[in-house]
Design a protein around this ligand. Structure first.
Ligand code: ATP
Length: 388
């Protein structure tokens, strides 16, 4: 993997192409090997519980629904987290998850209706328990109240995450004495994929087929059915788009990032929901008026960078990358192959998020595959240290 600097001085990382199998015919040995690898990974997930994927030690931050949004945001920033389970202390029960997207919806709601100053005060004094009413008002899908018992299988947990678009799954048990709910942990898409990448080393090496061929991710349609957006169905922005316009896109489409492109569609950077949260920290809501060009200069210096790949990179390479670093999404750009056909190196082709990868690994969520014979399945206990 080689690391390059993007024109906006934010580090970009290129996913190396180890093997190009995108043009292989069906039932070719490479295809069979790939299918075998995927089946073994599914079986691995069926044979392990959510408990198995727990890190050796972890912190769990649970927020009371009576807290104000301001306090919750401070808590996110202080602890470096982007989501937390909510707890209703009146009923002593779990009350769903608070995520960055909830905050984005809230900003969208207030800034559509009022001026910056009032909005800032109102956003900050707003209590978490009333967030669901805002989401209903905006007509956006409410976050699912999904939960799972930690001793259920990782395969069922992954299926639930995909079916409900939950992105993260709170794991709940009940206290044997009081019968009360107890939040044990939260299983994220990243932790699930990292657990696979650590423990299914052999299987991952079999995943030779390309990301584009496997249709993992969302790709630009050619020709575009929407004359106003040549990159349809991708939502993109330019350096002079305002942060608030991007907040609107995030809220309307319930997505977490947009690629920032130039006039030719070449990817310059990426803007994410977490960037918005750091931008409005300390109540600086007027920053939403900034252009992306200016907002990017306020990004913290430990921003991990934008990861780019080409359509011919393989799923195996991507999982190897997930093992090494905390990557949440990749931008797919045109590479040498596209350039030969008149394309332009670095031009936007697609976006791949962790839910896209997990959806592929779980397969069609309603299929129930027969278990593999023990001799071919990877059912042994995790061979390396779980994620910490
Ligand atoms: P998280 O929000 O925690 O990163 P996720 O993995 O579901 O979770 P999202 O950004 O919410 O990531 O993506 C949801 C779906 O929308 C995915 O299928 C992804 O390919 C697609 N998507 C993501 N970003 C864009 C975009 N800018 N334009 C169009 N589709 C996108």
């Amino acid at each position: 993997m080689d690391t390059t600097r993007s024109p906006t001085a934010s580090p970009r990382h290129r996913l190396s192409t180890r093997r190009r199998a995108g043009s292989q015919a069906h039932h070719h040995p490479a295809h069979d090997l790939h299918e075998h690898g995927v089946a073994a990974i599914r079986n691995f997930l069926r044979c392990h519980t959510c408990y198995d994927a727990f890190p050796v030690s972890f912190r769990l931050i649970v927020l009371d629904t009576k807290l104000t949004v301001k306090k919750a945001l401070q808590c996110f920033l202080l602890n470096g987290v982007v989501s937390a389970p909510l707890w209703n202390s009146q009923t002593s029960s779990f009350a769903g998850m608070l995520t960055v997207l909830d905050i984005i919806h809230l900003i969208q709601y207030y800034y559509r209706t009022t001026d910056f100053e009032r909005a800032a005060t109102e956003v900050e004094t707003f209590r978490l328990e009333s967030l669901r009413a805002i989401e209903r008002h905006l007509g956006v899908a409410p976050p699912p109240l999904t939960q799972e018992h930690p001793s259920n299988s990782l395969f069922d947990a992954a299926k639930l995450i995909i079916q409900t678009h939950a992105r993260r799954l709170p794991l709940l048990d009940s206290d044997s004495e009081t019968g009360q709910q107890v939040v044990i942990s939260v299983l994220t898409q990243y932790r699930l994929l990292k657990f696979i990448s650590i423990n299914c080393h052999k299987e991952i090496q079999q995943l030779h087929l390309s990301l584009k061929r496997l249709r993992i991710g969302t790709y630009v349609m050619s020709p575009s059915p929407d004359p106003s957006n040549p990159y349809f169905p991708l939502a993109t922005a330019k350096m002079d788009t305002s942060v608030f316009d991007i907040v609107h896109i995030f809220s309307e489409r319930s997505i977490s990032a947009v690629p920032i492109i130039d006039e030719d569609g070449v990817v310059l950077n990426m803007y994410e929901t977490v960037d918005v949260i750091t931008l409005v920290r300390l109540g600086a809501y007027q920053n939403l008026d900034l252009k992306i060009r200016e907002a990017l200069t306020q990004r913290s210096s430990d921003f991990p960078g934008v990861v780019i790949c080409t359509a011919s990179d393989s799923l195996g390479t991507l999982l190897q990358l997930i093992k090494k670093r905390r990557v949440h999404r990749l931008v797919v750009v045109e590479g040498e192959e596209e350039e030969k056909r008149g394309g332009k190196k670095g031009r936007l082709l697609g976006i791949i998020t962790l839910s896209d990868v997990l959806r592929y690994i779980v397969g069609h969520a309603d299929i129930s595959e027969p278990r593999m014979k023990p001799s071919t399945a990877s059912t042994e206990a995790p061979s390396s240290t779980p994620i910490s």
